[in-house]
Write a protein that binds this ligand. Structure first.
Ligand SMILES: Nc1ncnc2c1ncn2[C@@H]1O[C@H](COP(=O)(O)OP(=O)(O)OP(=O)(O)O)[C@@H](O)[C@H]1O
Ligand SMILES: Nc1nc2c(ncn2[C@@H]2O[C@H](COP(=O)(O)O)[C@@H](O)[C@H]2O)c(=O)[nH]1
Length: 228
């Protein structure tokens, strides 16, 4: 019996040590640098423990996209309604279309202590950082070269020639925002970039101020020491 109580105390201490506040990991980059590829790879990796935010957009669906999974594709009037009702955590006009992050799922996941990943532009990143401060971790993804960026957009073969040119023209303005981010990854090799993302996740999860159970855990440790 005494042994079980001791085991129970240890279990409770482990639970306290594991308690954490959830955070939002934001990825931004010029179009084609690899945010979606990295986000999908992390989503597929159950060990990463990340919920992916599904944005709403007024952009037309690409042939390889699934509505409700890649985006919720909505009309401009519906987008305006979401904005007016404060249903978006952030929103921006990017490459001539509107994009926004629905607020409710974010509130739900963060309250449950689940970390989330956002693929959003620098304008949205500023809004989320202003609202949520230290619960936000930001990563900027750079392409290895502008030539490779163009080649990735062309190889993806999902946008018209005009759309690709417009995105490449906007790339300079976006790249110039790199200094506003906590971490920067040059996405040359996808596996190496993924390893970098996992390292960021691990380090951020170990931050002292995110481990909300630590004070009780340490109290337990010290009490144990006093007895023993
Ligand atoms: N490290 C890499 N090496 C080679 N190709 C890559 C790499 N990372 C991504 N790609 C390819 O480049 C293309 C663009 O990648 P992706 O769609 O992930 O970019 P993105 O940053 O999400 O773009 P957008 O902002 O337009 O959504 C895709 O075809 C993807 O397979
Ligand atoms: N501010 C926001 N930006 C977003 C959101 N969802 C996507 N994006 C950004 O838009 C561009 C283009 O994306 P694409 O899928 O059309 O290629 C890219 O920079 C995304 O990061 C959002 O909810 N808010």
């Amino acid at each position: 019996m005494a042994g079980q109580e001791v085991d129970g105390a240890i279990d409770r201490q482990s639970e306290q040590a594991a308690m954490r506040r959830g955070f939002i990991l934001i990825l931004s980059s010029p179009s084609g640098a690899g945010k979606t590829s990295l986000t999908k790879a992390l989503k597929a990796d159950k060990d990463a423990g990340l919920e992916v935010s599904v944005s709403v957009t007024t952009r037309p669906k690409r042939s390889n996209e699934i509505a409700g999974q890649d985006y919720d594709f909505i009309a401009v009037e519906d987008f305006q309604r979401l904005r007016e009702h404060d249903d978006l955590l952030e929103w921006a006009e990017v490459h001539g279309n509107f994009y926004g992050t629905p607020l409710r799922p974010v509130e739900k996941h963060l309250a449950a202590g689940t970390d989330m990943i956002f693929d959003i532009d620098y304008q949205g990143t500023r809004q989320v950082r202003d609202k949520l401060g230290r619960d936000v971790v930001t990563v900027f993804i750079l392409p290895p070269s502008m030539r490779e960026l163009r080649s990735r957009l062309e190889r993806r073969a999902q946008d018209s020639k005009e759309t690709i040119e417009r995105r490449l023209e906007n790339a300079r303005v976006e790249i110039e925002r790199w200094g506003e981010y906590d971490y920067v990854i040059v996405n040359e090799d996808l596996d190496r970039s993924l390893a970098g993302m996992r390292a960021i996740l691990t380090a951020e999860r170990l931050r002292r101020d995110r481990q909300t159970g630590l004070p009780d855990f340490v109290d337990g440790l010290l009490a144990e020491n006093a007895v023993g």
